[in-house]
Ligand binder design. Structure first.
Ligand SMILES: O=c1ccn([C@@H]2O[C@H](COP(=O)(O)O)[C@@H](O)[C@H]2O)c(=O)[nH]1
Length: 272
């Protein structure tokens, strides 16, 4: 999906919601465990219930890999099931020496046919650019993460007082363009979102941390907005585990709809 197509979807659906598919066998309704592929059955019901309310889905690969070959099968079936009008993000946080990164990229872009993959920048340019050689695909680079451990490295400063995450942004923004590179910026770091936006005014941000982690959608929009919206706000647990009974998809839809309605108000207030 191109940047223009993504922007068009945001305009039409009045939403910049990404639904996170962190599908956990211990949390899904018990009746699904009797089916051939509980993970896929759960995801299918969530996708059917929310596909008009969101512009992206983000399966977190860890939840699938932990199940071995069966998990990979569920992941592939899920990605194939996501409609083409939604961006498909593999949250895999990969990155290695160049030839290995190429094979990670082949896995997520060629084999699984995802639109985007999350990549960790720690190993530098040659670990990231192999992902960018895939036409029409996106790298979503970890910039300022939502977790407590972000303080361990990302906020450390050099002699000039500049934080590491700012260096990552300045350098990595030269490796791609706003048409193939986005950044992960945590919703739990409202003041940081504004700083990131100053350094990369045109790129899209994937923003986890609204919902279960307590980030504020209002603050994300206040500090992260750009002329093209520039935001994909992810919610995983607060949407997909709204209920663990037979009504789970109905309740997931209600949670997604609350977020979509708040997003529609923001988009309208911004004359978008
Ligand atoms: O900084 C980051 C980067 C990635 N994540 C991922 O996003 C979702 C958030 O799930 P919730 O249930 O909505 O909290 C999850 O897959 C994380 O691994 C993040 O939270 N923060």
């Amino acid at each position: 999906m191109t940047r223009q197509e993504l922007i068009q979807q945001i305009r039409e659906k009045r939403s910049f919601l990404c639904v996170g598919l962190d599908t956990d066998l211990d949390k899904i309704p018990a009746h699904l465990l009797q089916t051939e592929d509980p993970v896929f059955e759960f995801n299918k019901a969530i996708i059917d219930a929310t596909k008009d309310l969101c512009v992206a889905y983000k399966p977190n690969v860890a939840f699938y890999e932990a199940l071995g070959p069966k998990g990979w099968e569920s992941l592939k079936k899920t990605i194939d099931y996501i409609p083409a009008h939604c961006l498909t993000i593999a949250d895999a946080k990969r990155g290695d020496i160049g030839n290995t990164s190429t094979y990670y990229a082949k896995t997520f872009f060629d084999y699984l046919n995802c639109d985007a993959v999350t990549v960790a920048p720690y190993m530098g340019e040659d670990s990231v650019t192999p992902f960018q050689e895939f036409e029409g695909k996106w790298v979503i680079l970890l910039a300022l993460t939502s977790n407590k451990g972000a303080l361990d490295f990302q906020f450390t400063t050099d002699a000039s007082g500049e934080e590491l995450y700012k260096k990552v942004l300045k350098k990595s923004s030269k490796w791609g363009s706003e048409n193939n590179l986005m950044y992960v910026v945590g919703a739990t770091r409202a003041e940081g979102i504004a700083e990131v936006r100053k350094i990369v005014p045109h790129h899209f941000f994937l923003v986890p941390g609204v919902g279960a982690q307590g980030g504020s959608l209002e603050d994300v929009a206040k500090y992260g907005w750009n002329d093209d919206c520039g935001l994909l706000v992810n919610a995983s647990r607060s949407v997909i585990y709204a209920s663990n009974s037979a009504d789970f998809a109905i309740e997931a839809r209600k949670e997604a709809q609350k977020l979509q309605e708040e997003m529609a108000q923001i988009l309208t207030a911004k004359n978008f």
